[in-house]
Design a protein around this ligand. Sequence first.
Ligand code: HXC
Length: 258
Amino acid sequence: MAYETLLVSTQDGVTLIRLNRPEALNALNSQLLGELCTALDAAEADDAVACVVLTGSERAFAAGADIKEMSEKTYAQMFKSDFFGDAARRIEQFRKPIVAAVAGYALGGGCELAMLCDFIIAAETAKFGQPEINLGVAPGIGGTQRLTRAVGKSKAMDMILTGRMMDAAEAERGGLVSRVVPADKLMDEAMAAAAKIASQSPLAVMMNKELVDAAFETTLAAGVTLERRLFHSLFAFDDQKEGMAAFVEKRKPAFKGS
Ligand code: HXC
């Protein structure tokens, strides 16, 4: 598949997707999000892919939805096309882990895209923000909901109502990102995390992802019950036998995804 707005490669169980619209700081337009959905479809369908890394450039992960594409839209057009709803749902429903590797700007839809991923590794240069208020609008792909869940009401309100940016250190303190690393180590760190995930049982990985996601949707009691049920169900797979046998035999497990 030839992409015009992405660079996509797969190696050792990891698909690396790099947003590639340098002239617009990787602003998200319909073409880019359509191609991203296609790349995710391919990664989902390929049994050899265990994990995805999503990244941008050194200057920008993505500086938001493409303001030039949006500026002339009418309410009827936005509503009828459910603007960017398809892409957001596609990423939400992707069953394999997606690690966001963020350097530079992750603003507006770019911050929301990073938050749609399963966790965020940030370079020290990363800057996060929801500056939509400066344009007279609001976040539209989950920013008000996911940023609030990630960093709490006070910081989310501050960011969303003032439109200010948060640097990597503040993002880590607030719990938005899982790790901050020097910019020149970002891709090594993200690819190593993805390789570690790719070495695990893909069945256990998918179930663990579902369980953490469930924490945002259910009560504690229902979430804990779901966890116990899925934990029990993992004993139906060869990978559980292999993982525990390998521990007992003091060797590395060789998971087969069965
Ligand atoms: C379209 C963008 C863009 C964007 C940058 N560019 N962000 N084009 N949409 N979101 C373009 C600029 O127009 C410029 O192209 C080129 O990228 C470089 O940007 P500069 O502004 O010259 O760079 P700099 O001075 O370094 O400033 C960087 C920046 C600034 C602080 C990131 O570009 C900025 O504020 N961008 C907008 C950020 C934003 O408001 N994002 C939220 C969008 S709304 P030209 O050709 O002009 O030189 C959103 C809603 C999501 O995301 C919900 C959707 C459903």
